[in-house]
Design a protein around this ligand. Structure first.
Ligand code: DP6
Length: 318
């Protein structure tokens, strides 16, 4: 039987209001609402080929052999799609990132968004963008947000949905890469450890609700300054709760870059930092300052390079 093939492209996203922690029980449901911006210029391209002749699923990421855990998460997504399609056929999945996997940009977000779209199409499941977003979210919550472009929210128990278009704010994200190594503690195990052990986890959940509401309102009223300040607060609160559980993503270079962001602010620039489950620092800047500030941050000891990214489009079938 001939293979049914679909290819999808998706882009990473950066959470301005962070997701950190899951609700009890199955289903990978976030404990807090989050709000992200999808980044253009960086892409994951994933092809799913459904083939009745295969004895099991195949998965390759950028031509590399993948870990058992990665393969298992891909298989789980394919199983969900097969259940909806009424199909028992296996598939070959190939996925390529055009940005380094250790760049500090969540490749799992763009990866599972592209996989969800391509798998639904390849198995012939008719679905809305919301269906694709919920399928991606079940595999990796941040991936649900990468289905859409511009600014996207993910409220617990609901599929991700767009909040504001790409051009809502004159924003650029400067990704300060501080390490070439893959992260040592995945976001999944880091957030589970935070929930289990941090004395500040409950405070984080409470503050995240308020931060999300305020950030969403600031975004809708195009208040760039408030969006930046609230995004930095969200990242600091998330890491404070994680730190108290011994979950440390910062390196010396993270702190050096953060100090430089504080200095840029003192010098009158719009510059706010956000950090995820790794040592890299993403700096929110005004589009008119992007080149000047990229040079300043590139000169910080421990910053290896700076990637300039703009808000971009959602995932699509190609
Ligand atoms: C710090 O979406 O990778 O980037 O749902 O367990 O796959 P899982 O977690 P994941 O966590 C992302 C955490 C974060 C913040 C964010 O993107 O909101």
């Amino acid at each position: 039987m001939s293979a049914r093939v679909a290819t999808a492209v998706a882009h990473p996203n950066i959470a301005l209001a962070k997701y950190w922690g899951k609700k009890d029980g199955e289903g990978n449901v976030p404990a807090v609402p989050s709000l992200s911006v999808t980044l253009g210029g960086l892409a994951t391209t994933t092809t799913v080929s459904v083939d009745a002749g295969l004895a099991h699923d195949h998965f390759s990421l950028g031509g590399h052999v993948t870990s058992d855990a990665e393969r298992e998460r891909v298989r789980e997504l394919l199983d969900r799609v097969r259940a909806r399609a009424g199909s028992k056929d296996f598939a070959a999945v190939t996925s390529v990132n055009d940005f380094p996997t250790a760049s500090g940009l969540a490749s799992s977000a763009s990866g599972f968004a592209a996989l969800a779209l391509a798998a639904l199409r390849a198995y012939g499941v008719s679905s809305s963008e919301a269906d694709a977003a919920d399928l991606a979210r079940a595999s990796s919550a941040s991936a649900g947000r990468s289905i859409f472009g511009g600014y996207v929210e993910l409220v617990p128990g609901e599929p991700a949905r767009p909040v504001a278009p790409v051009d809502q704010l004159p924003l650029r994200v400067l990704v300060c890469v501080t390490s070439e190594a893959a992260k040592s503690t995945s976001s999944r195990s880091g957030m589970n450890a935070t929930k289990a052990r941090s004395p500040y986890y409950a405070a984080w959940v409470q503050s995240a609700e308020k931060n999300f509401k305020e950030l969403r309102a600031a975004l809708l009223s195009r208040d760039l300054e408030a969006v930046g300040a609230l995004a930095e607060q969200s990242a600091l609160a998330m890491h404070a709760s994680a730190l108290a559980a011994g979950v440390v993503y910062f390196s010396g270079a993270t702190l050096e870059a953060y100090r430089e962001v504080q200095q840029l602010r003192q010098q009158g620039f719009f510059a706010f930092a956000t950090m995820d489950a790794g040592p890299h620092v993403k700096v929110l800047v005004h589009e008119r300052d992007a080149d000047v500030l990229a040079k300043r941050l590139d000169a910080v000891p421990g910053v290896l390079r700076v990637i300039v990214a703009a808000p971009g489009a959602g995932a699509s079938i190609v």
